[in-house]
Each structure stands twice: as structure tokens, then as C-alpha cells.
Design a protein around this ligand. Sequence first.
Ligand code: ZN
Length: 285
Amino acid sequence: MNTKAAVLTFFLFAWLQVMSKEPIRVLVVTGQNNHYWRESASILTKYLNRSELFKADVAISPGSGEDMSIFRPEFSNYKAVVLDYNGDEWSEETKAAFLAYVKNGGGVVVYHAADNSFPKWREFNEIIGLGGWGDRSEASGPYIYYKDGKLVRDNSAGPGGSHGSQHEFKIVAVEKEHPIMKGLPASWTHARDELYDKLRGPAMNLTVLATAFSAEDTGGTGRDEPVLMTVTWGAGRIFHTVLGHVGKEAKHPAVECSSFEVTFLRGTEWAATGAVTQTNTLISK
Ligand code: ZN
């Protein structure tokens, strides 16, 4: 084979390898939420599929108060499970299957109000790291936030989970070298959203990737609150984004912005594979 043919063959094989790369299978779990889950699940799925890096399926639970025993997603068929669920308890079998999935290295993405769910399920709270509402209190674990540039684990008494009025806010990178954050600017502006504050939970193996200042004049805490996080549990990797409120309004700026899409897709890839190959970034602000 002459050099030209060898070079051509090399490129042909490289191209074939790229073309034959199977998309990462992701399962979006939804069906009950205090948010407009049909809309949010459809937007999440759209982002995953159009990236061509993922192929998303959706598991829709029975409605609130219905028979949950029939809800048995095949978690183990997927590299990442995106939780867009805040509702009735799953069956013991489904809970056990989810824990086995994460323990064995399955990826999880905790999206917005998914961290409100299952306040009494110990392992679930270890997996999400921090949660809010559902009568969470000091018994759930410390408040986690940044104050004067330092991570604070605050064990003071009080409820978990709150947010002020919806507004646009600046997100600041904390762990700039983490694969999810690498290549993103030091800070950027996130579209109008709820900024969760006073989240609390076990916070074991938790890394805060980015924070946002929760201003008191918008009803916040005056602290830098975690907005993007990772947790490890067993062999599983968890990406937790508090961003992305989808309510009854006609428009959903909190998810229909590049800030949400880029961080969600990067976080999902990291949860699924432990690496981020995407080079999409954001405009510095
Ligand atoms: Zn919300």
C-alpha cells in the first residue's frame, strides 16, 4: 500500500469509528412533580437527543395516588438516569433496583425539584447530597453554602429548602478544573429562574462545582448557594443541578437558555462516563 492509500485508509477507519460510536443511553424518569413535568421532560429529552451524544427514553410513573407497584424502570439498561420526579414513594423493589444501579456505577442526574423528593429515604438523600422541603430539618444534615469564599457546613436548626422571587442571576465556577466545568468561563449569567437556598442533606462525597449569590433583596439568604454539584455513591456518579424551574407560564427561560442546556449536557455525560468530551461553552459575564 502506498503512503497516500495508507493515509486514506487511516482516515476512513477513523471516520467509521466516529460514525459507529453508539449514543449514550439515558433514561428520563418523570410522571409526578410539582412542576410541569410533561414540558420539562420533553425539553430535557430534546436537548439529550439533539446533542447526538445521547439517546434518551422517558419512564413515566403512574399519577399521584395510583398504584406505584407497576412502576419498574429498567435502570440497568442505561448509563445515566435523569430524575425529573417529585412525587409518591416508589415500591421497595424499584427503590432497591435504583440503589443497585447507582452502587454498581450507574450515573444519576438530579434535576431541580427532584431534590425535593423522598425526604425519608436515607440512601436517596445520600445520593442527591442535598435536598429541600418535605419537612427536611437539621436531622437531614447540614446546610451547605459558601460564605466569604469558604465552604460552610452549617448544622444550625431550621427547615431545608427555600427560594426567593425568580430572577436572572450570575453563576460562579468554584471547581474550574472539574471535567464538567473545564472550558466554561469563571462566571456567566443564568436566565430567570428560582435560586434554591437553604438546601441541606447528608452532603457525603459532595463537591460544589458552582454557586450563585442569593441576594436578600430577592428574598434570599445573603449566601453563595450551591447550584451545580457532584456526589459519588458506591461506584455511581451523580450530577445535581438545582437549575431549571418549569412552571405554568408559557415560557420557560430557566431551561430554555444555554446556561441550563450546556451544564445539563456536560453533567449528564460526566455522570454516565466520568469524562466530558463536549466543548460547548458559555459567554463570560
Ligand atoms: Zn421550581
